[in-house]
Design a protein around this ligand. Structure first.
Ligand SMILES: [Zn+2]
Ligand SMILES: [Zn+2]
Ligand SMILES: [Zn+2]
Length: 271
């Protein structure tokens, strides 16, 4: 299984082009892993997780072809994760070569953003999913887990994706998970990869995200539940805001002490 982090930034990206904070100024000057597009990930060339505003340029930057996607999994309807208009460019008037039929799996409130005009001719279908659901996409098995995000105003999901003996957990956007999520997670056993929300850096993550301290607590809980096993599971911090006050280098040093990788745009992990 090949897991590609296409974008690793929070809502306003890094740098936030309107911002002159230290993190943004360093990102502008040094570029490289400091530059973060809005978060999206790709599993092999088959499953895309989220479809945010930067997906076209992120895919091009990584050299990824998205016309073969079998599934699009949406975590939630916040606009940094779901810009439905990006599906419009699949229509034959824009994309003359054939695409695979793709199914969008998402909470029902996110699917409400799909209009008939958007769907017409864009070669995708859609299906509402909710926390606890499990389904198959070709050789993949997918499970939706409840996220702690959105303050009850929307449904937000995390996903476990399994294929050919490999298993990964995509866990952004979320604050530390609630019991309902752990009840499902503990049934899986060890993951091969976990991408966990680390949005707010040295700041508290509040009720929708993780800062550094909360991340370490969730890491401990993942170990206690047998979901993270040393030597097997690669844990990555993911989805970063400049408002966390930490540069890429500072994040890499702080998380590195706890055997946690720091995701960056274009990072490819072969499992
Ligand atoms: Zn987000
Ligand atoms: Zn900034
Ligand atoms: Zn969000």
């Amino acid at each position: 299984m090949r897991f590609t982090f296409l974008g690793t930034g929070a809502a306003e990206a890094i740098p936030d082009p309107f911002c002159r904070c230290r993190v943004c100024e360093i990102a502008r000057r040094e570029r490289g892993p400091h530059i973060r597009a809005r978060s999206t990930a790709l599993v092999n060339d088959d499953i895309l997780i989220d479809l945010g505003p930067d997906i076209l340029s992120s895919a091009n930057q990584a050299g990824c072809y998205l016309g073969g996607l079998k599934a699009l999994l949406l975590t939630h309807r916040h606009s940094d994760h779901w810009l439905p208009g990006n599906l419009y460019w699949r229509k034959p008037g824009f994309t003359p070569t054939s695409t695979e039929l793709m199914t969008v799996y998402a909470p029902s409130d996110a699917l409400a953003d799909i209009s008939d005009e958007l769907a017409e001719g864009a070669n995708f279908t859609w299906k509402a999913v909710t926390a606890g659901d499990t389904w198959r996409v070709g050789s993949y098995k997918i499970t939706a887990i409840p996220a702690t995000h959105g303050g009850g105003r929307l449904e937000a999901l995390l996903y476990v994706i399994e294929e050919d003996g490999r298993r990964c957990l995509y866990a952004t956007d979320t604050a530390p998970m609630q019991e309902a999520a752990w009840e499902i997670l503990r049934t899986f056993g060890p993951m091969d990869l976990i991408a966990l929300d680390a949005t707010t850096g040295d700041q508290p993550g509040g009720d929708g995200h993780h800062g550094f301290e909360a991340f370490l607590k969730t890491q401990t809980r993942l170990i206690d539940k047998g979901v993270l096993v040393e030597g097997q599971t690669r844990l990555y911090a993911h989805h970063f805001s400049h408002n966390g006050h930490m540069t890429y280098d500072e994040l890499a040093e702080a998380y590195g002490r706890y055997d946690v990788g720091v995701a960056y745009d274009g990072l490819v992990v072969d499992l």
